[in-house]
Design a protein around this ligand. Structure first.
Ligand code: ZN
Length: 322
C-alpha cells in the first residue's frame, strides 16, 4: 500500500528536531538542524522548508508523499492563527509560524506549544500508553507541563493552559521566577532550581557532603551530580531531593485532584534520575492527593526522550489533516 508520511517538528533553543513519521507513529527518518536565531529567528520557516526538501531528495521521495506538518514551538501559541505571541528565547513577537511555513512548503501546518506536543507524544507512543487522562510535566532548565483530558490537550482561553511550572508552591516569598512571580514550582523542581537549592544548603549549613568539595573546586554543580550523591547516601543531597519531591508531589497532587488522571508522566533532563526521583515523589504525591485520585493514577518516567516532541507534532498533523 502507498504509505504517506507526517512531518513532526520540535523547535528548541539550540536545535530544531525533525522527523518523517508514518500514520502508525513509526519513525521513518529523523534528523535535526541548528536553530538559526539571527535576525530575531525569522529564517526558521525557510530553514525548515529547505531541510524537508533536502531530506525528501536524499530519500528519493516526492513532496506528495507528505500529508502535513505538525510543529511544537516555545511560548503560548495562538491556536487559531498558528502564531506565537512571544517566544523570548528566539526573539519572536507575534510570529506567524503557520502562515509562513505553509507559504514556504505548500503543505498544511498545525502549531502547538512544545510541552503540549511532548505530552501528546508520550500519550501516543510513550509512557502514557494511550491514557486519555494524562498529566505531563517536564523538568528541564524550567518546568513545563501539558494536561490531556479526554484525549484533548487543555489549551485554555488564550493558550496558557497546563502551565504547571508556575503553580506557586507554599514557599513563603520564594525566589523570583522567569514569569515575574515568586516561589513558582519551576524555581524548585527544575534542574536550575535543584542546583540553586543545593548551593544554598552548602553555604548555609555544615552538613557533611561530597558536593561541598566539588563545588568549592569547580564553583558549579548539576542536578545529575545531586541525584548521584543522594543515591550514594549523601545527607545534604538527600535533603535537597526530599525538599524537591515534597513541592513537586504537592503541586502534582493538587493538579491531579482537579483532573483525576490515569497517568502522570515525568519528562525532561531531571527525569533521567529515574527511581531516585520517582520513589520520593510517589511518597509525597500519595500523601497529598485525594485518596481516590491516588488510587487511580500511575506515576511514570517519560520513555521517548527527545522524540516526544516530533511524535506529538506528527500526531497533531495526523488528527487534523487525515
Ligand atoms: Zn513562574
Amino acid at each position: 500500500m502507498y504509505e504517506k508520511w507526517l512531518v513532526g517538528v520540535d523547535i528548541g533553543g539550540t536545535t530544531i528536531k525533525m522527523a518523517f513519521i508514518n500514520q502508525n507513529g513509526e519513525m521513518i527518518h529523523k534528523w535535526e538542524i541548528p536553530t538559526n536565531k539571527s535576525e530575531k529567528a525569522q529564517h526558521i520557516p525557510t530553514d525548515i522548508a529547505k531541510s524537508v526538501d533536502q531530506i525528501l531528495d536524499e530519500l528519493g521521495q516526492r513532496k506528495s508523499k507528505l500529508i502535513g506538518i505538525g510543529i511544537g514551538a516555545p511560548g503560548p501559541v495562538n491556536l487559531r492563527k498558528g502564531s506565537i505571541d512571544v517566544a523570548v528565547n528566539l526573539g519572536w513577537e507575534n510570529f506567524h509560524l503557520k502562515d509562513r511555513l505553509e507559504m514556504e512548503t505548500s503543505l498544511p501546518v498545525i502549531v502547538d506549544n512544545d510541552a503540549n506536543v511532548a505530552a501528546i507524544g508520550e500519550m501516543w507512543k510513550g509512557a502514557g500508553e494511550g491514557a486519555k487522562e494524562l498529566l505531563f510535566v517536564t523538568l528541564g532548565t524550567g518546568v513545563g507541563g501539558g494536561i490531556i483530558a479526554n484525549g484533548e490537550v487543555i489549551h485554555g482561553v488564550n493558550g496558557a493552559g497546563g502551565e504547571i511550572g508556575h503553580i506557586t508552591s507554599i514557599v513563603e516569598g520564594g525566589v523570583l521566577c522567569n514569569c515575574g512571580k515568586t516561589g513558582c514550582l519551576e524555581t524548585v523542581a527544575s534542574a536550575t532550581g535543584i542546583v540553586r537549592l543545593t548551593i544554598e544548603e552548602l553555604s548555609s549549613t555544615h552538613i557533611p557532603s561530597k558536593l561541598r568539595d566539588f563545588y568549592n573546586e569547580h564553583q558549579t554543580l548539576s542536578s545529575k551530580l545531586v541525584f548521584n550523591a543522594a543515591n550514594e547516601g549523601d545527607e545534604l543531597a538527600k535533603r535537597v531531593i526530599d525538599y524537591v519531591a515534597f513541592h513537586l508531589g504537592l503541586a502534582l497532587a493538587n493538579v491531579a485532584n482537579g483532573l483525576n488522571p490515569e497517568k502522570i508522566v515525568i519528562g525532561g533532563g531531571v527525569s533521567k534520575a529515574g527511581e531516585a526521583l520517582l520513589a520520593p515523589l510517589k511518597e509525597q504525591f500519595t500523601r497529598f492527593a485525594f485518596p481516590r485520585v491516588a488510587q487511580g493514577v500511575e506515576l511514570a518516567i517519560a520513555t521517548l526522550g527527545n522524540d516526544a516532541g516530533v511524535l506529538g507534532s506528527a500526531w497533531l498533523a495526523k488528527k487534523r489533516f487525515t
